[in-house]
Design a protein around this ligand. Structure first.
Ligand SMILES: Cc1ncc(COP(=O)(O)O)c(C=O)c1O
Ligand SMILES: [Zn+2]
Length: 415
């Protein structure tokens, strides 16, 4: 049976007349890409699970791409789901698992979204893919545009650290530095440019960027159908929460799973609109002023495109949102590296910080099964690692000097 794909408004249920309209013409909501899945059977699931393709494209039937020939893949997906016994013992969770997305092609979870988004862009015949970002999204769009043979364009505000944009530059994207503030002048110019030049817009308002549904499919596959009690996702725009929930619901509708996990949005308390909305039991997300935080990649105060949908998913799953201080985030980053061997960027370590906090306040029970998403590599933001210059002072090439130095390390740094 042929796959059918439509863009539908989640509010008025209107169906878009064109494939390149991203918002509902009646209510301006971000549209949802609906893929027909009703015909899929348990035999199809078995075939997907035994496919030799281990990337997210194993789940092609759920993704809004018409033809396999359009797929732009760098091998994203099927990232390790690792039991973390030592880290679990430290934070009091007997069944802790880490989903290690730091190993994705450009080092962050954005590759799940952009592999699908750029595949559709290619299928629709676009020549240029664009995004406004200062970090992980820029590098990811640039890499997938390069792989697709499209021109990547990344717009950033003046003052953005070179390290943040060099990865995108390395993939051949045009990095355009604009004299203005990210959420205001730069965003405004970006929207005008997309309309003027007809670029393929890869922001979270692009309904085709649903690759994070693969988190749900992979978890079911990797846990052999035994779903975790909690899945904790570092959250900014809400794409991960929305897509994951959609993925789990699809499997439930097909009768492939019989229960659903509770979802948790882990946020820096300096940029925590989901935490505020859950605490105030608000029906809608309200924008907050995002303050500086070490969790730079999730410093988003106004998740306008998908915020309300993500909030609804958190509630429907009976989950929650947790705000973390920079101290808690850096501690979780260090524990994850030293007790589990995974070097995650601070934003990514918010999931572990949230697990620790939720266990300490009794929200998570000792024997519950918890999955923490580690969504970006520590090398994305090496300056977050704390050390004193003295740590790396050269020593004389003698055993006594080495003995002295070893004493320091042993007393200093063992977790
Ligand atoms: C490292 C990292 N983790 C998590 C996220 C969360 O994004 P979302 O809430 O859209 O899934 C982002 C992106 O903004 C990110 O860069
Ligand atoms: Zn509508």
């Amino acid at each position: 049976m042929n796959k059918s794909i439509e863009l539908r408004c989640p509010k008025c249920l209107g169906v878009a007349a064109s494939k390149i309209e991203f918002r509902c013409s009646a209510c301006a909501c971000v549209l949802e890409a609906r893929v027909s899945i009703e015909h899929l059977s348990a035999a199809d699931l078995a075939a997907m699970r035994s496919s030799r393709d281990l990337s997210i494209w194993r789940w092609f039937d759920f993704l809004p791409v018409e033809n396999r020939a359009s797929i732009v893949s760098l091998g994203e997906g099927n990232t390790p789901l690792l039991p973390a016994a030592r880290l679990g013992a430290r934070i009091g969770i007997a069944n802790l698992f880490l989903k290690n997305d730091t190993v994705l092609p450009t080092g962050s979870l954005k590759d799940r979204s952009n592999s699908v988004g750029i595949s559709v862009g290619k299928e629709l015949g676009f020549a240029t893919a664009s995004v406004i970002s200062t970090g992980n999204a820029a590098a990811s769009v640039a890499a997938y545009a390069a792989a697709a043979g499209m021109q990547g364009i990344v717009m950033v505000p003046k003052g953005t650290a070179a390290a943040k944009i060099l990865q995108a530059h390395a993939y051949g994207a045009s990095v355009i530095v604009v004299d203005g503030r990210f959420d205001y002048e730069v965003a405004e110019l970006y929207q005008k440019a997309v309309a003027e030049f007809g670029w393929y817009d890869c922001l979270s308002s692009n309904p085709y960027r649903v690759g994070k549904k693969s988190y749900a499919y992979e978890l079911v596959d990797q846990m052999d159908g035994v779903l975790p009690d909690w899945v904790i996702h570092p959250t900014a725009g809400g794409t991960g929460i929305v897509c994951m929930w959609q993925g789990f619901k699809e499997f439930q509708t097909l009768g492939w799973i019989d229960r659903l996990p509770k979802l948790v949005a882990a946020q820096s308390e300096a940029a925590a609109p989901f935490v505020a909305a859950m605490a105030h039991e608000s029906a809608e997300i309200a924008a907050v002023e995002a303050r500086e935080t070490v969790a730079e990649s999730i410093q988003v105060g106004n998740p306008s495109a998908l915020g309300n949908r993500a909030l609804a998913a958190l509630r429907e799953s009976r989950g929650t949102a947790v705000g973390l201080s920079d101290g808690e985030i850096l501690e979780a980053q260090a524990l994850t590296a030293k007790l589990a061997g995974i070097f995650a960027e601070p934003a990514a370590a918010t999931s572990v910080a949230a697990a620790k906090k939720m266990r300490a306040n009794g929200t998570i029970g000792r024997d519950e099964v918890v999955v923490c998403h580690l969504t970006g590599h520590g090398l994305k933001q090496p300056e977050a690692i704390q050390y004193v210059d003295q740590d790396f002072d050269p020593i004389a090439p003698t055993l006594p000097a080495l003995r002295e130095q070893l004493k320091r390390w042993v007393s200093d740094t063992r977790p």
